[in-house]
Design a protein around this ligand. Structure first.
Ligand SMILES: Cc1cc2nc3c(=O)[nH]c(=O)nc-3n(C[C@H](O)[C@H](O)[C@H](O)COP(=O)(O)OP(=O)(O)OC[C@H]3O[C@@H](n4cnc5c(N)ncnc54)[C@H](O)[C@@H]3O)c2cc1C
Length: 184
């Protein structure tokens, strides 16, 4: 039986796993170092704003994975050996695959700005970013958001929900102008 290994348990990796399961009996393993199971990234802001708990962001019941014979591994892939088809993980374990799906998502853009590594400077993408934002905005009165796109405005809404003053630095003339018309 072929072994399909998927790196990334976001919507892409999980959709791939579900559809491969529907069409085959392959052994399926999904690896992620962000969270032990799939959660809705789009709901991160509602956790910060107190509308949801992290547990509410699970799109599937806990037994979904065993019922569908999808094995979840919480680990980070450090190296892919394509010749021998082996993945080397941070835990020093390795996994052999027949078919590899890479669904590792994205990350916030930083541009080697001096100070970008300092405490209090961060992006918003992952669960770990949300935890960082939770810790680093305690007692903060004024925040600056660099970027006039969807995530920037979500961060503004999050920060305003805690009465933190927000200044947005937007390069374009209007907010999210590559998507919204001027009136929008
Ligand atoms: C705050 C926020 C709000 C958003 N709101 C919306 C919205 O309202 N509507 C919308 O359509 N989109 C929204 N998006 C965008 C949407 O969440 C992404 O497009 C989507 O999550 C991408 O899914 P993906 O499966 O490709 O990648 P991801 O969700 O990024 O999943 C990839 C996973 O792979 C893991 N990974 C990466 N490298 C490794 C490795 N080497 N080893 C192990 N694991 C690894 C990552 O940690 C991550 O868990 C939002 C994004 C953010 C950050």
């Amino acid at each position: 039986m072929k072994h399909v290994v998927i790196i990334g348990n976001g919507i892409s990796g999980i959709t791939a796993a579900r559809n491969i399961r529907k069409r085959s009996n392959f052994k399926i393993t999904v690896i992620s170092s962000e969270s032990p199971y799939f959660f809705s990234r789009t709901a991160l802001m509602y956790i910060y704003m107190g509308h949801m708990k992290f547990d509410h962001t699970k799109p599937y019941e806990d037994n979904f994975w065993s019922k569908n014979k999808i094995e979840l591994v919480f680990d980070h892939v450090e190296q892919i050996e394509t010749g021998s088809k082996v993945l080397h993980m941070r835990s020093e374990k390795s996994i052999q695959y027949d078919i590899l799906v890479i669904a590792v998502g994205s990350k916030p853009a930083f541009f080697n700005w001096p100070g970008q590594e300092l405490t209090g400077v961060q992006g918003l993408y992952s669960l770990q970013d949300l935890q960082r934002m939770e810790e680093q905005t305690k007692g903060v009165k004024h925040a600056v958001i660099v970027g006039g796109g969807l995530i920037g405005i979500e961060m503004a809404e999050m920060l305003r929900s805690r009465n933190i003053e927000v200044t947005m630095l937007v390069r374009e003339k209007e907010f999210w102008s590559n998507v919204l018309p001027r009136d929008g």
